[in-house]
Design a protein around this ligand. Structure first.
Ligand code: 3EB
Length: 338
């Protein structure tokens, strides 16, 4: 890894912004750790800090152009490419991204996930920022296949293999979502830090790493949320959250009830996080950013209206068309809160 030594005196800083711009280049300021463009027709940019996320954004009359997501850290940010990984760091935080093609003759999605995670872990461990805080996983046709042959379950097996020996109580927060461009490529991007964060579990939900066997041979490897390292200027990192109570999906076929249940899960998760970080606001507001993943394209306007009713314009959010990893789940939400 050719990362230059960067000043360590400062505390980690992360600010997530949804920004409209004619091109992502305009958003690559000196403090930009990462810039994300959503959708399949997003042209993009050849810079290690720029990542095209293959999920179609929902456009409304008021939101004719899709926003970019920008991660601001401490300037200056160093960036580069190593071993198929694009990375950027300010010495406190690391953004990394890897994409691994699935080869059906060589293990398919399971092997691609194992390769992606083994390289992610090796790279991050030998960097100056070895502590994983948050991981996003995007894979195609996530619920294709029956029983243990389902692609999400195979992904979970590959992820755990790539992670190697891990302590379930120290897993990062995560999202695993279906991309919708038919590309059989596992895309993984992550945020790591020089000092460890504190994983938070949700008292309303069984820890995902303890899910029973009925959901697959390998339970999903993630924490429900991650509190940032002490002293940092960073939000709480919220994992993908859906209408799951205990380990069971709730309200099959009832979109609005699933949304309400998801926010009930967030209320409980925030209460758990506030036991460790009392200054964290108890409710979502102007310091929150949400990404809302909606399985059926036709549900997008209904979800947009439900969020308008709940939050008005107080909580910045992006709606994305993306498949959830259980067929009965119509919506999943992740984000940051501070
Ligand atoms: C759930 O609660 C919904 O496998 O990384 C949410 C967030 C979900 C992350 C993952 C899966 C993952 O089980 C699914």
């Amino acid at each position: 890894v050719s990362m230059l030594p960067l000043p360590h005196g400062r505390q980690p800083r992360l600010q997530v912004e949804y920004a409209h711009a004619a091109s992502p280049r305009a958003l690559l300021a000196e403090d930009a750790l990462a810039v994300f463009g959503f959708g399949c027709d997003e042209a993009g940019l050849d810079d290690p800090r720029y990542l095209r996320v293959p999920l179609q954004p929902f456009r409304t009359a008021a939101n004719a152009t899709a926003p970019y997501e920008v991660w601001h850290a401490n300037a200056p940010v160093e960036h580069g490419r190593d071993d198929g990984i694009r990375w950027a760091t300010d010495g406190q935080l690391l953004f990394g991204a890897i994409e691994v093609d699935e080869n059906p003759e060589a293990g398919g999605v399971e092997a691609a996930a194992a390769i992606a995670y083994a390289r992610l872990v090796a790279f991050t461990r030998r960097s100056g920022t070895p502590h994983l805080l948050r991981i996003w996983n995007y894979l195609d046709a996530i619920t294709l296949g029956e029983g243990d042959a389902e692609r999400y379950r195979a992904f979970c097996v590959g992820r755990a293999k790539g992670l190697g020996d891990f302590d379930a109580q120290r897993l990062p927060a995560a999202t695993a979502i279906g991309r919708c461009d038919d590309a059989r490529v596992v895309q993984v991007y992550w945020l790591a830090a020089r000092t460890p964060g504190l994983p938070v579990e949700n008292p309303r939900q069984l820890s995902a790493y303890r899910y029973p066997r009925q959901y697959g041979p390998q339970s999903p490897s993630f924490a429900r949320a991650m509190l940032p390292p002490p002293g940092s200027t960073m939000p709480l990192l919220l994992s993908g959250t859906a209408s799951v109570v205990g380990h069971a999906s709730q309200h099959e076929g009832e979109l609005l009830a699933q949304i309400d249940e998801t926010f009930a899960n967030f209320d409980s998760l925030l209460a758990a996080a506030r036991e460790r970080a009392p200054s964290l606001p108890a409710r979502f507001g102007s310091g929150t950013r949400l990404k809302v993943y909606v399985r059926d394209r036709d549900d997008l306007p209904t979800v947009a209206e439900a969020l308008d009713r709940r939050f008005g314009n107080t909580v910045p959010r992006v709606l994305l068309h993306a498949a959830i990893c259980r067929r009965e789940l119509a919506v999943e939400i992740d984000g940051v809160h501070g």
